[in-house]
Design a protein around this ligand. Structure first.
Ligand SMILES: [Zn+2]
Ligand SMILES: [Zn+2]
Length: 235
């Protein structure tokens, strides 16, 4: 697959020192795409055609609902709702005509198609493309820029969720000793950053323990949301 290098947003993300740069960049991409889909572009004929076929997942339907500007969104929803309704009505009619084992089969098929419909999201698709480009850029910078290796080593690490993107990207970009070095650094970074979150969770509990003299330090006050973000990523 061909990826785009996105050096400036990735380096800016490292400057911000988020708990995971890929979460941070994914969130930025989601905000930008929300603005995009609530703007005039949603009314362009080619976008209306794409909306006929695809749509938005439940998370992004609500995200767009919370955004500013409803004209484009109302037109998009009308187009999309009409096309979903036609598809669902014909599938439902097919279920209603079946009986016996064929009914169980066509009911299962009906549910599968409806679940696929829920996952089919134009916004998720665009965010996914952005995220793959950002992941590629992290690994590419590691390969090409010696000072970036130090930036990565000193960073706050990645969440568990985004390891699913980083690990398969490495062999697409790196070879030989660079690949060995990448995995050594990634493992050390992940161990250190996870241990920090676990230590902070313990320090967080001190404020509830009347048998200890220890007081929860300032940096551990947000340990619970940080632990959740470490496990689940940007949700
Ligand atoms: Zn993440
Ligand atoms: Zn989505």
């Amino acid at each position: 697959m061909k990826y785009e290098l996105q050096t400036i947003p990735v380096l800016d993300a490292y400057q911000a020192r988020p708990h995971c740069v890929l979460c941070y960049l994914e969130r930025q991409s989601e905000e930008r795409n929300t603005t995009f889909f609530l703007g005039n572009s949603i009314m362009a004929p080619e976008m209306r055609v794409r909306l006929n076929e695809h749509g938005f997942c439940p998370r992004h339907l609500y995200k767009l609902l919370d955004g500013e500007g409803k004209l484009g969104y109302s037109l998009a929803l009308a187009t999309h709702l009409d096309s979903v309704n036609k598809r669902v009505a014909s599938q439902l009619a097919a279920v209603s005509r079946s009986r016996g084992r064929a009914l169980a089969r066509s009911a299962a098929e009906f549910c599968r198609r409806l679940a696929d419909q829920e996952r089919d999201c134009l916004m998720c698709e665009r965010i996914r493309t952005n995220l793959l480009n950002f992941t590629y850029t992290v690994v590419r910078l590691y390969a090409d820029e010696p000072e970036f290796k130090e930036t990565l080593r000193q960073s706050t690490g990645f969440c568990f969720h985004h390891l699913q993107d980083l690990v398969p990207m490495a062999p697409e970009v790196l070879r030989g000793t660079q690949l060995d070095e990448w995995f050594t650094d990634l493992i050390a970074l992940h161990e250190r950053s996870t241990a920090t979150v676990i230590d902070d969770l313990e320090a967080f509990t001190w404020q509830f323990d009347y048998q200890t003299e220890l007081t929860t330090p300032e940096h551990a006050r947000d340990a619970v949301p940080r632990a959740v973000a470490k496990l689940a990523g940007n949700r």
